[in-house]
Design a protein around this ligand. Structure first.
Ligand code: ATR
Length: 310
């Protein structure tokens, strides 16, 4: 992991300690992403492309913040005149508790991934859920409200947020699957409380027979598990479960090449999207919160592509 560099114009990442007296950069750092680890994040390339495209004289940097220090970090960002911050793993829940005002959707989704600083007050938003909806619309040309959706890994943080967002967007039929099935009971209870129109909600095991059966009943299959992050991960779906009418959304993005699931989708002739699409659209919505204007999505996409191929 490269260390933060005091003398470089742009360091790979800055540390929590450096936030106390942030280096003076040209253009000045006014936006950041925090996480632990954070050196791998492609958000700076995406957001710096957006800032440049909009002629905003500011830059977006990575800051490594340890668990337990998110609230302190937010105070330091306020003190240093930052406009906003993105929050990534593992701090999204801590961030929810570290803001002055939580947007109702973020509260519902149980996570804050975007901080906006206005007049020294800290406002927390979640752009992952709405980013997922935009990304599905862009890649597949459909609305969640018209779909039957299977979420693999619905018991994890990302899966839970997608499940809540699908229900809030009015999806027709939702199937929740998780390796540890006991994690699904509280989610089912919560989702039933949110249902705005008739929703068919079911739980499915992650074994091959159950997945083969349930895949016949759904249109969109979302992988929200961490399977796929490593090069040698096992396939999530049994052979033959995917048909060319399926839409496959893998929330994982793997720099070394398509995940097993994306490869399975290609082999079946199914349309697919990966975590890069989510990164783009959640980032665009964060930008809109910070600047109250439409995000330059094509510049952001080009920034991400350049970072990916670098
Ligand atoms: P979080 O912090 O979001 O809860 P996590 O521990 O990284 O996340 O796990 C995210 C999801 O990936 C969970 O649904 C997890 O299943 P469990 O709840 O059973 O732990 C799922 N997951 C991780 N590894 C998996 C594997 N090998 N097979 C299936 N699901 C897996």
């Amino acid at each position: 992991m490269p260390a933060a560099c005091h003398n470089c114009l742009v360091a790979s990442f800055y540390t929590f300690d450096q936030l106390q007296n942030f280096p003076s950069l040209t253009p000045p750092a006014r936006l950041a992403v925090i996480g632990d680890p954070i050196g791998h994040s492609k958000s700076p390339q995406m957001h710096n492309a957006a800032l440049q495209a909009c002629g905003v004289a500011a830059q977006y940097v990575r800051v490594e913040v340890p668990a337990g220090r998110v609230k302190d970090a937010f105070q330091l960002f306020c003190d240093q005149g930052f406009i906003g911050v993105n929050i990534t793993i593992p701090h999204k829940l801590e961030a929810l508790k570290a803001v002055d005002v939580v947007d109702p959707l973020a509260l519902q989704l149980g996570a804050v991934n975007t901080l906006v600083i206005r007049d020294g007050r800290r406002f927390g938003y979640n752009t992952d859920g709405p980013g997922f909806l935009r990304s599905v619309r862009e890649v597949f040309g459909v609305e969640i409200k018209d779909l039957r959706v299977l979420i693999l890994g619905a018991g994890g943080g990302a899966g839970r947020a997608v499940a809540v967002q699908c229900v809030m967007a009015g999806c027709l039929h939702l199937v929740l699957a998780n390796r540890t099935e006991s994690k699904l009971a509280p989610l089912v209870k919560e989702l039933r409380g949110l249902t705005l129109r008739s929703l068919e909600l079911e739980i499915c095991s992650l074994d091959d027979v159950s997945l083969a059966n349930v895949s016949g009943k759904v249109d969109l299959i979302v992988n929200a598990t961490s399977v796929g992050m490593k090069d040698a991960d096992q396939p999530l779906l049994p052979q033959g479960a995917l048909l060319n009418r399926h839409m496959v959304y893998d929330m994982v993005y793997r720099a070394s090449g398509p995940t097993e699931l994306i490869q399975q989708a290609a082999a079946a002739g199914s349309k697919s999207a990966d975590g890069m699409s989510l990164l783009l659209h959640q980032g665009a919505i964060s930008f809109e919160h910070w600047f109250d204007r439409p995000a330059p999505v094509e510049a952001m996409r080009a920034g991400l592509m350049a970072a990916t191929h670098a």
